[in-house]
Design a protein around this ligand. Structure first.
Ligand code: SF4
Ligand code: SF4
Ligand code: SF4
Length: 256
């Protein structure tokens, strides 16, 4: 007897944008629905089945003691665990707290900060439990998400590149905005997977997919400066989506 594999979707500290990417796959979801059963997805339905689950998609970073406990439970209940989005893979925008005083933030933002139960850091899922695959981006790319689910159903590994966004510009025939017009672009050090979305719309990449494998950031820094970014601009752009990634955090400090 065969049973339909189950999918669970979990939210940690995040904006829900990556979960919405799954809902945005409307037509494809209908096709997938016959092959995979969505057993837990509170963004879409209050009906929730107990685990174990064949695949868990985990959105968001770990920022509270309760999330620390919950991620361990989810890992135990999941055969395959996929971290989705910059929050889950790099701590997200909220990882800026890792370099500041969290108590100062909470007292500035909340009228009664004593009710806030939070950790001093925002950390990726892989800091706490083993993760089978990571989908980058803020938000994730819907084609990568669908390929990952199809790969699971086909019994193969998903196609997750570790090259730079530049390789995707070349593949889709996009003129390089840096070479042609001097627009600052983090594509040479950012992991591919979005299809070079921003350069295709005449914008520089701002690094939402996080660092590629072995990025040569020292070679890129002077080019960003020549193309008009100040030291502060460079610092800010590397600190936005993957502030907690050591590859993006350390070279910034070496700027002249
Ligand atoms: S990665 Fe971006 S879109 Fe996804 S949950 Fe985090 S902030 Fe939202
Ligand atoms: S536009 Fe950016 S990502 Fe594309 S080739 Fe040029 S530097 Fe690389
Ligand atoms: S080009 Fe860069 S900033 Fe734009 S979606 Fe891709 S990785 Fe993100």
């Amino acid at each position: 007897m065969t049973t339909t594999p189950t999918l669970a979707v979990w939210k940690f500290t995040s904006c829900d944008g990556c979960q919405l990417t799954l809902l945005d796959c409307e037509d494809e979801l209908l096709a997938l629905a016959g092959q995979i059963r969505i057993a837990h997805f509170t963004e879409a339905s209050s009906a929730a089945e107990p685990g174990p689950y064949d695949v868990s998609l985990v959105e968001g970073s770990v920022t509270t003691p309760e999330e620390l406990r919950r991620i361990t439970e989810i890992r135990e209940q999941s055969r395959i665990l996929v971290a989705i989005g910059a929050c889950a893979t790099h701590g997200g925008i909220q990882a800026l707290r890792n370099f500041a005083d969290t108590a100062e933030f909470t007292s500035a933002v909340y009228a009664s900060p004593e009710y806030i139960d939070t950790l001093a850091t925002s950390t990726p899922i892989s800091d706490h439990v083993p993760v089978d695959y990571e989908l980058r981006g803020c938000p994730i790319d819907r084609r990568q998400l669908l390929d990952t689910l199809c790969a699971f159903l086909a019994g193969r590994a998903p196609d997750i590149p570790n090259t730079s966004v530049c390789t995707e510009c070349k593949r889709r025939g996009t003129t390089c905005v840096t070479v042609a017009e001097g627009i600052p672009c983090l594509g040479p050090v950012t992991q591919a997977g979005c299809g070079a979305l921003c350069p295709a719309y005449h914008r520089g990449c701002f690094g939402c997919f996080g660092p590629m494998a072995e990025p040569n950031i020292h070679a890129l820094l002077p080019i960003l400066r020549v193309n008009g970014m100040s030291v502060d601009d460079v610092d800010r752009v590397f600190a936005t989506y993957a502030a907690a990634a050591p590859e993006f955090a350390e070279p910034r400090r070496d700027q002249p």
